[in-house]
Design a binder for this molecule. Structure first.
Ligand code: NAI
Length: 333
């Protein structure tokens, strides 16, 4: 019996993400939560013949807390998306929404696994961590910043750059760092299978790194004011969520993914701080999933000189974004 909650379920990401979660037979209860239209989306999805029983809750309902009660996992694509010309940092208005949701989770589902999609992820994950610390419910092994779309884009764009776009799902490229522009650090030197035709051509390599770092802008531009990536994010979000569900509730062992997480001593990230030469509190790293969530934080491993330069830039930009999230002060109720 697994209860999943989607916050922001009526949105561009929330709707397809809820649909895809409804199709996962591990999920037996699916609660959709939003400030608008969650009840309608729930009614619609409830007609699909799969195990999950779907309910919808508006934040304004007096019994809205029920959405969270007994939740095992909460996935959060709530908030405002980007418009052309905006960076993810311009979305810090979402910090208030994240803080409110964190308080509802702490009160009603203190043991839930929490997956944060809301941007700017580099700052909103620290907002969640701080709110949980204040509430006394924080477990860093259960808090994930979802940077998986960067990993999906890396596979797709690498296959395209090599001239084999149909083989996108055959390329695996770890992406570490953060989830915004220069903080996104694709480790092309660790690609599987190896991509020497890109690594040995500086122009192609720089272009591929740039496309992975700024791929989100392509969608923002093409949608021309109607938002940012929603369908690819929903797919990436559910792929990541399903990995967590499989590890925690499905007994699957040894799955390694990348996620933007707390490197605090409690979570075992001290080794990463040595590797990146910085004591950043949050970073996207390789993690092994298990019943506790983040079972192990794994080393970044060997990187080449080009990646060392990118790492330096990523670390520099991440520091202030993390600080902004950590020091966020919610408006008084
Ligand atoms: P959207 O505007 O279509 O949907 C957001 C939903 O959140 C809306 O239905 C809205 O009513 C709801 N919402 C607002 N305040 C809420 C609250 N207090 N409680 C519950 N629900 C609330 O936006 P979209 O395109 O779905 O994007 C959502 C977020 O995901 C944005 O912050 C966006 O930047 C981010 N995003 C993250 C990505 C990642 O890789 N992590 C990729 C793409 C987008």
């Amino acid at each position: 019996m697994v209860k999943a909650v989607v916050c922001g379920a009526a949105g561009g990401i929330g709707q397809p993400l809820s649909l895809l979660l409804k199709l996962n037979p591990i999920v037996t209860e699916l609660a959709l939560y939003d400030v608008v239209n969650a009840v309608g989306v729930a009614a619609d999805l409830s007609h699909i013949a799969s195990p999950a029983q779907v309910t919808g809750y508006l934040a304004s309902q007096p019994d809205a807390d029920k959405a969270f009660q007994g939740a095992d996992i909460v996935v959060i694509p709530a908030g405002v998306p980007r418009k052309p010309g905006m960076t993810r940092d311009d979305l810090f208005v979402n910090a208030g929404i994240c803080n409110t949701l964190a308080n509802s989770i702490a009160k009603n589902a203190p043991n839930a696994f929490v997956l944060v999609i809301s941007n700017p992820v580099n700052s909103t994950v620290p907002v969640f961590a701080e709110a949980f610390k204040k509430a006394g419910t924080y477990d860093p092994k259960k808090l994930f910043g979802v940077s998986h779309l960067d990993v999906v884009r890396a596979s797709t764009f690498a296959a395209t750059a090599i001239g084999k776009p149909g083989d996108a799902d055959k390329y695996s490229i770890p992406v570490v760092g953060g989830h915004s522009g220069a903080t996104i650090l694709p480790l092309l030197s660790q690609a599987k299978p190896a991509i020497p035709e890109i690594l040995n051509d500086k122009e192609k390599r720089d272009a591929l790194v740039n496309r992975i770092q700024f791929g989100g802008d392509e969608v923002v531009k093409a949608k021309d004011g109607a938002g940012s990536a929603t369908l690819s994010m929903a797919q990436a979000g559910v792929e990541f969520t399903n990995h967590v569900l499989d590890a925690v509730f499905g007994g699957k062992k040894g799955k390694i993914v990348q996620s933007y997480i707390d490197l605090g001593a409690e979570a075992g990230g001290e080794g990463i701080k040595k590797e990146i030469g910085s004591d950043l509190a949050f970073f996207s790293v390789n993690i092994e999933l298990g019943p506790a969530g983040i079972e192990k934080i794994l080393p970044i491993g060997q990187i080449d000189d080009a990646e060392k330069a990118l790492l330096e830039a990523a670390v520099k930009e991440l520091g202030p974004s993390i600080e902004k999230g950590v020091s966020f002060q919610p408006a008084p109720p």
